[in-house]
Design a protein around this ligand. Structure first.
Ligand code: UDP
Ligand code: LCN
Length: 755
């Protein structure tokens, strides 16, 4: 940096003078770059300077004097202190303020060192374990001896209590199965295996058994990461999974679009289907006949507004053995009847964790093998339960609010009365640190600002997919849900305005710019509406249709949604949008929505995801699966899903003018070249099939469950020490935060509680 500043001294001085003259004490990266761009006249110099080389996860802190451009390196602590002084001087300067450091417990946890390995924890761990085990195989041996399913020994029994004995048994067995027909079922030679100390679980037939035996022999001879990962992916360790997703309305019908109920529900139901399918396949391949169970545990809401969220147990559609289990929030006054915003949920969670733990063990007739949490509330409860029962814990770290609400890390005090970020960030810290592994959907979710060491091998990227029986290309004519066409025709083109749609389209020949999201501020649907309103060119080229939230403030209970509804009406007025714009209320039927995306594709339209920040962006992959060219925010997950200019386009949500003109440019090119639209439609599909499917996801997630389960046992002592520290933080700090929390929605008032 000093060198770069010296080379362009004049321009840099101008640039820094501009930063300072803004009078802002905190300036974002984006703004820094914009100013920098403005200050440079010379094109070549500019492109040299703008060639920022990102080293994700590696931070450098410097202090620059804007007068003489001198640069001094400073430490992370100094930087944070400096930043905090701006907001709360007294606190930031308190030398004895509480500092929390989990790092001290992770002395023997290996650390990734390459930014390119971030998010690839499983591979890294397999490599690390290979080295560790080559020094001593005992832990693996003990682990295998202890394996059992429903009280039955699996893989090996206690007679193989030394590595030598195990190696000999493997050799004998391998020679034996080599002489059998490949498809000989395990049952045919089960007794023979028992004589050698080998139990069920090696495979369904001679061929599979041989391969697994060989894999372990290789590991024992000279452990290598590839065989290690393969061996763990074959071990029968996971049969029962609990997935927590507590807040919102969690159901299978008529819930999407309700406050706090969006992608998470879709994600989890699809995830369960994919996990069950993969579990069934694995169990069959292991030669076992265990029935796997997956329980999605959520909140039972007595006043459920016509949804099924007041039912305790509900089988999950398109699965064989999976259920939704609902447990109510209880207080000393009884059961809480109404929905509670996810921001106000903290006071109920501890009791919930206790109640849930009991119910779950009743239902499963024992402990689960893996507990997965979603979102802050689910992750906190997952940590409480996992640490109590000693079960492996996975955390799904997406949609964390710290990244969704700009500056929420430094302005938490200002935000706290409304959002209770203090509770939330503390809960996230507790859950993330107690988790055995963390699944994120994208690289950015880790390398962003999770506040946790991103070189920790617990981080793994496993991106979700979209259900391909619902979201498939518009060109697959024979599969299309044509029964919905009359309703969709009406939704899009009827000239009436009612409870379900406002605005109308007069020229139906124009392509449709389509968007669909909850009506949250961060989703920026009102932003897109405004960009469209302001752009004459765009209004000439295309119509705008958005599906979002409710159309009537009186019907919404969500403070943010109410503000957005008002804003939408004022935009319709200000820009006189009627005739070119249709606003449709939240749609809950995913089959119909799938067809809706395809009908938009029939109009040669596009999908736009304009969010100010998007953690992942399920709608982006749904649209791409349906063959819709997609323009997606460059803030968050969509920036990774879409490769700009190749499989779709990026737009900058804070520069509406630029976004509108990029979209207009696309439509103009489509007018001039009939193949242009198809090119992007196809490229989007290619991108999906190579990286974003549920099959890929389920395979990765189960491998994580298996290998981290072993690691937590190997690393038991350190884990316990850390857990003690976390418990202390929970009891002494978190509980206090919850106790002093004010409930802005008044959700705890007596009227809403039944005895
Ligand atoms: N969705 C829906 N109806 C609506 C709005 C959204 O069915 O009115 C679905 C949408 O198809 C997607 C999910 O809700 O499956 C939204 O997921 P996304 O990741 O885009 O956003 P989130 O709501 O999770 O923040
Ligand atoms: C995660 C999601 O995907 C959203 O749909 C939720 O509203 C958000 O979390 C908060 O629950």
């Amino acid at each position: 940096m000093p060198e770069a500043l010296r080379q362009n001294r004049y321009q840099m001085k101008r640039c820094f003078a501009r930063y300072v003259s803004r009078g802002k004490r905190v300036v974002k990266n984006q703004e820094l770059i914009e100013e920098l761009e403005k200050s440079m006249d010379d094109k070549i110099e500019k492109s040299k300077l703008m060639e920022v080389r990102p080293h994700p996860g590696i931070w450098e802190y410097v202090k620059v004097n804007s007068d003489d451009l001198s640069v001094d390196g400073i430490s992370a602590t100094e930087y944070l202190k400096f930043k905090e002084v701006i907001f709360d001087e007294k606190w930031a300067k308190d030398e004895n303020a509480l500092e929390i450091d989990f790092g001290v417990f992770d002395r023997s946890t290996p650390r990734l060192t390459l930014p390119s390995s971030i998010g690839n924890g499983v591979h890294f761990l397999a490599r690390f374990l290979s080295t560790k085990l080559s020094e001593n195989f005992e832990p693996l041996l003990d682990y295998l001896i202890a394996l059992n399913g429903r009280g039955e020994n699996l893989m090996i029994n206690g007679t193989l209590n030394t590595v030598n004995k195990l190696q000999t048994a493997l050799l004998l067995a391998e020679v034996f199965v080599s002489g059998l027909q490949k498809n000989t079922p395990f049952q045919k030679f089960e007794e023979r295996f028992e004589e050698w100390g080998l139990e069920k679980g090696w495979g369904e037939n001679a061929e599979r058994v041989k391969d697994t035996l060989n894999c372990l022999s290789e590991v024992l001879q000279a452990p290598d990461p590839v065989n290690m990962e393969k061996f763990f992916s074959r071990l029968p360790t996971i049969f029962n999974i609990v997935i927590f997703s507590i807040h919102g309305y969690f159901g299978q019908a008529d819930v999407l679009g309700l406050p706090d109920t969006g992608g998470q529900v879709v994600y989890i139901l699809d995830q369960v289907r994919a996990l069950e399918e993969e579990l069934l396949l694995r169990i069959k391949q292991q030669g076992l006949s265990v029935k796997p169970q997956i329980l999605v545990v959520t909140r039972l809401i007595p006043e459920s507004g016509g949804t099924k969220c007041n039912q305790e147990l509900e089988p999950i559609l398109d699965t064989k053995h999976s259920h939704i289990l609902r447990i109510p929030f209880k207080t000393e006054n009884g059961v809480l009847k109404n929905w509670v915003s996810r921001f106000d949920i903290y006071p109920y969670l501890e009791r919930y964790a206790r109640d849930a733990s009991e119910k779950i063990q009743d239902h499963l007739e024992g402990k689960p093998d893996l507990i997965i949490g979603n979102y802050t509330d689910g992750n906190l409860v997952a940590s409480l339960m996992a640490s109590k029962l000693g079960v492996t814990q996975g955390t799904i770290a997406h949609a964390l609010e710290k990244t969704k609400y700009e500056d929420s890390d430094i302005k938490w005090k200002e935000f706290d009365p409304k959002y209770h970020f203090l509770c939330q960030f503390t809960a996230d810290m507790i859950a993330m640190n107690s988790a055995d592994f963390i699944i994120t959907s994208t690289y950015q979710e880790i390398a962003g600002s999770s506040g946790i060491n991103v070189f920790d091998p617990k981080f793994n990227i496993a991106s979700p997919g979209a259900d391909q029986s619902v979201y498939f290309p518009h060109t697959q004519k024979q599969k299309r849900f044509t029964d919905f066409h009359p309703v969709i025709e009406d939704l899009l083109y009827s000239q009436v305005e009612n409870d379900e749609h406002v605005g109308y389209l007069t020229d139906r020949k124009k392509p449709i710019i389509f968007s669909m999201a909850r009506l949250d501020t961060v989703k920026n649907i009102s932003g897109l509406t405004e960009w469209y309103g302001k752009s004459k060119k765009l209004r000439e080229l295309a119509n705008l249709v958005v599906v979002a939230g409710l159309l009537d403030t009186a019907k919404s209970k969500d403070r943010e949604e109410i503000a957005e509804i008002k804003k939408m009406y004022s935009l319709i007025d200000r820009y006189q949008l009627k005739g070119q714009f249709r606003w449709i209320a939240a749609q809950t039927d995913r089959y119909r929505n799938g067809e809706l995306y395809r009908c938009v594709a029939d109009s040669k339209g596009i999908f736009v995801q304009p969010a100010l920040y998007e953690a992942f962006g399920l709608t982006v992959i749904e649209a791409m699966n349906c063959g819709l060219p997609t323009f997606a925010t460059n803030q968050g997950g969509p920036a990774e899903i879409v490769v700009d200019g190749v499989s779709g386009f990026h737009i900058n949500p804070s520069n509406g003018e630029e976004a509108s003109s990029k979209i207009a440019d696309f439509f103009e090119k489509c007018r001039g070249d009939g193949s242009y639209w198809h090119k992007y439609s196809t490229a989007g599909l290619v991108r999906i099939y190579e990286s974003y499917t549920w099959k890929i996801y389920a395979n990765k997630a189960l491998n994580m469950g298996s290998i981290y389960n072993f690691w937590r046992q190997m690393n038991r002592e350190e884990k316990q020490a850390k857990q003690r520290y976390i418990q202390m933080l929970y009891s002494l700090h978190f509980r206090n935060l919850v106790r002093t929390m004010q409930s802005p929605s008044g959700a705890t008032s007596q009227s809403e509680i039944t005895a």
